[in-house]
Design a protein around this ligand. Structure first.
Ligand SMILES: Nc1nc2c(ncn2[C@@H]2O[C@H](COP(=O)(O)OP(=O)(O)OP(=O)(O)O)[C@@H](O)[C@H]2O)c(=O)[nH]1
Ligand SMILES: [Mg+2]
Length: 459
């Protein structure tokens, strides 16, 4: 990636498309000079925000407001300009072309935030969280991402790291002066300190599962035979008529996906084509294949039965598919149509009772039992305490935290032995290095490239 620090970079920072206002960002030492070549204003004051026009020679291209941010107190730590223009892609294109002609170059993905990291405005966890903050799908995930941006996660990491640094200082003194009989910190005290660091890391590692759900959400597939009420349930969950509902078996032939905020969890609900043993319809057959693919990519399955009918061969076929694949994901059996006389009995059938151990009665049509189902869904995937999650821990952090934990466990082991302080020091340094890497200290260039290349241009 072309992350040349000396260049002045520019890009559209708001979403592409038509909008009342679009913001173009430009950052680098020459930002103000470049802007002055294409910006005419009557304001002579040293204002931070100036009204004027973007011009190509004498031709006015757009009426804009330009905000001037002076280094080092800016997002990137460099001189930075934000041009608030009219949100028309034609105008944006013209302004960017003028800026590039005047000396700026197009920003690479995530380059503004990368510069913010390079210039010490943000550590790596804070820079990563900018991306999470923009893509977060629920208010709970926004809160967690914002906490990371504000530095809550890095503060915890720094605190553990400082404890290790402190401990290392004591351990190294003992190593350097073995002949002197001065005990700066008793072995028990050293062990206790390592133990505290281990506990702090373990507690962060525990938040990972929920954090992952906050970032990626949960995929819930609604499966079942035709006419069981899958599309009716999707509509009831969404509170709108998203999918077509009819009494004709095989109405849904494709998957329909929508994401909702379910008690803070981004829940992607997928309606699928009903699975049945016999159909002449080739479109429906393709749909059934897609349903099978969806089953494998889902985090939870909601298996819908028509409880006004006895078990039939279509229900058995679905049970066989689920059995055959030995799926390890949770399954919730939904006994739909509870408003009608009940004829279904899956309890006395071992094929079903094993697969569908968790059961809920609902009526998708009358919209009863739907909230209970949603509550159950978050519990089944083990994220019912999501509201208490206030940090974003990503897979990179998770791996490095595990490395640090392993190294600290080895430190503890060596400390408990006699005359193994040198090895204890070595392992404590490994832990310290892993924590540094989380913060972005001594991180290899290619790792940074990988992280920032997932950002959009303009961030
Ligand atoms: N009485 C009653 N009827 C329901 C209920 N849920 C769905 N239905 C009816 O059952 C029929 C089929 O509903 P759908 O939601 O289209 O079923 P589906 O599982 O999506 O069916 P396919 O798309 O064909 O696989 C429709 O006539 C619905 O009105 C319910 O809770 N009670
Ligand atoms: Mg349907």
């Amino acid at each position: 990636m072309n992350y040349l620090k000396e260049d002045t970079i520019a890009a559209l920072s708001t979403a592409a498309g038509k909008s009342a206002i679009a913001v173009i960002r430009m950052s680098g030492n020459n930002s103000f000079d470049i802007l002055n070549k294409v910006f005419k204003t009557s304001s002579s004051k040293d204002n931070q925000i100036k009204y004027g026009f973007i011009v190509d020679g004498n031709e006015k291209k757009d009426e804009v407001l330009c905000s001037f941010f002076y280094a080092p107190n800016t997002y990137t730590g460099e001189n930075l300009v934000e041009i608030s223009a009219h949100g028309n892609p034609v105008i944006i294109n013209e302004i960017l072309t003028l800026l590039y002609k005047a000396g700026a170059r197009p920003a690479e993905p995530g380059e503004f935030t990368y510069r913010s990291f390079l210039n010490g405005k943000k550590d790596l966890t804070q820079a990563e969280a900018v991306c999470n903050l923009i893509t977060s799908k629920t208010s709970t995930s926004v809160k967690a991402a914002l906490n990371n941006v504000k530095g809550a996660f890095s503060t915890k990491i720094k605190s553990i790291k400082n404890s290790i640094t402190n401990l290392l200082a004591f351990m190294e003194v003992t190593l350097d002066h073995p002949e002197e009989d001065i005990i700066f910190l008793s072995r028990e005290e050293k062990l206790a300190r390592v133990e505290t660091c281990i506990k702090d890391i373990e507690s962060l590692l525990k938040s990972y599962k929920v954090s992952k759900v906050l970032q990626n959400g949960i995929k819930v597939a609604l499966i079942g035979k035709p006419n069981a009420g899958k599309s009716s349930l999707l509509n009831a969950i969404l509170g709108k008529n998203r999918a077509i509902v009819t009494d004709i078996a095989g109405t849904t032939t494709d998957t329909i996906e929508e994401t909702i905020d379910c008690y803070g969890v981004p829940l992607t609900v997928i309606d699928t084509a009903g699975i049945r043993t016999h159909t002449e319809n080739s479109i429906e057959l393709l749909g059934q294949e897609k349903t099978k693919e969806t089953i494998f990519s889902a985090d939870v399955l909601v298996w819908i039965f028509d409880s006004s009918l006895p078990i039939d061969k279509d229900d058995v076929q679905i049970a066989n598919i689920l059995n055959k694949e030995k799926l390890s994901i949770p399954i919730i059996a939904v006994l739909n149509k509870s408003d009608l006389p009940q004829k279904l009995n899956i309890d006395n059938n071992s094929l079903f009772s094993k697969l569908a151990a968790t059961k809920i009665k609902i009526s998708a049509k009358k919209e009863t039992g739907v909230f209970t189902l949603l509550e159950k869904l978050t519990k089944v995937v083990g994220v019912n305490d999501i509201q208490s999650t206030n940090l974003m821990i990503n897979s990179r952090h998770y791996t490095l935290l595990n490395n640090a934990l392993e190294a600290l466990q080895k430190t503890k082991l060596e400390l408990s032995k006699k005359d193994a302080d040198e090895l204890a020091c070595f392992h404590a340094q490994v832990a310290q290095k892993a924590l540094n890497e989380i913060l972005g200290i001594e991180v290899k260039e290619d790792i940074l490239d990988t992280i920032f290349s997932t950002f959009c241009i303009g961030k």
